[in-house]
Design a protein. Structure first.
Length: 250
């Protein structure tokens, strides 16, 4: 992730002028765009319109086709960070707006409900990022034949399932539904990876292909779309015994 402002680009004339006049600390912003996250540092007096120009360099979206949401509300181009409550370490959501009614006549309006759902999903994504790092650390330990407390596999799986429960409790439509489905698939992959690591750790002399087959297949067929009815995870149990179905989120 790039931190800071791209130095030279003709599309940034207005924003670069505002940045060049700034003396003092910048505000650091975390902007979620689908499965991506952009970290930027800009002057607190910068306008939303100029911030969109900065984000255009990372997202590839024309500023005119961007919608920036803060606390569930779309911000206008004329608003400035320091007068609209956007402070250091604030989180924003970037969505793509229709280029024109002719190009996207069926484009749905970003409602406050969709905006709130996107922000809720972004918070879950941040937690899953941390858990993904733990899976990577666990994988390095298993590959290095290091001693691992078997509880780590169980706890990690249960923490991932907690994030799944959070996703199931989010009412999502449109763009938010797509983001939620993508995050569910990501959690699924992490849970299955943890299952495989546990089997490999307990059977170090079994080749990886066989150890994957030795992991019972998880059945995800009964999840619905964010109904909040996801079965609660039981008390600590082997990760391979989890039987929730990911496809409920389709």
């Amino acid at each position: 992730m790039n931190l800071g402002i791209p130095p030279q680009n003709p599309n940034l004339a207005g924003s670069q002028e505002a940045i060049g006049c700034h003396v003092g600390p910048s505000v650091r912003l975390s902007v979620t765009h689908g499965l991506k996250q952009y970290d930027v540092a800009v002057p607190p007096q910068i306008s939303i319109g100029d911030l969109k120009k900065v984000l255009a360099q990372q997202s590839g979206l024309d500023p005119a086709n961007q919608k920036l949401l803060f606390r569930g509300k779309e911000k206008e181009d004329s608003e400035r960070l320091h007068t609209s409550g956007i402070k250091d370490m604030a989180r924003l959501v970037l969505l793509e707006a229709p280029r024109s009614q002719e190009e996207k006549p069926q484009e749905e309006k970003i409602t406050p409900e969709v905006a709130r759902a996107c922000e809720a999903i972004a918070r879950v994504r941040a937690e899953v990022d941390k858990l993904a790092d733990k899976v990577s650390t666990l994988e390095a330990a298993v590959n290095g034949h290091k001693k691992v407390d078997e509880k780590e596999f169980i706890v990690l799986t249960e923490l991932l399932m907690v994030q799944l429960l959070k996703l199931d409790g989010i009412e999502a439509e449109g763009e938010a539904k797509i983001q939620r489905k993508n995050e569910v698939k990501r959690i699924q992959n992490l849970v299955e990876a943890t299952d495989v690591l546990k089997v490999r750790y307990n059977n170090p002399f079994v080749d990886q292909g066989r150890s994957v087959q030795a992991t019972p297949q998880t059945d995800w067929a009964t999840f619905d779309s964010g109904s909040g009815q996801t079965p609660q995870p039981h008390a600590p149990q082997p990760a391979t015994q989890i039987t929730e179905n990911w496809e409920r989120f389709d």
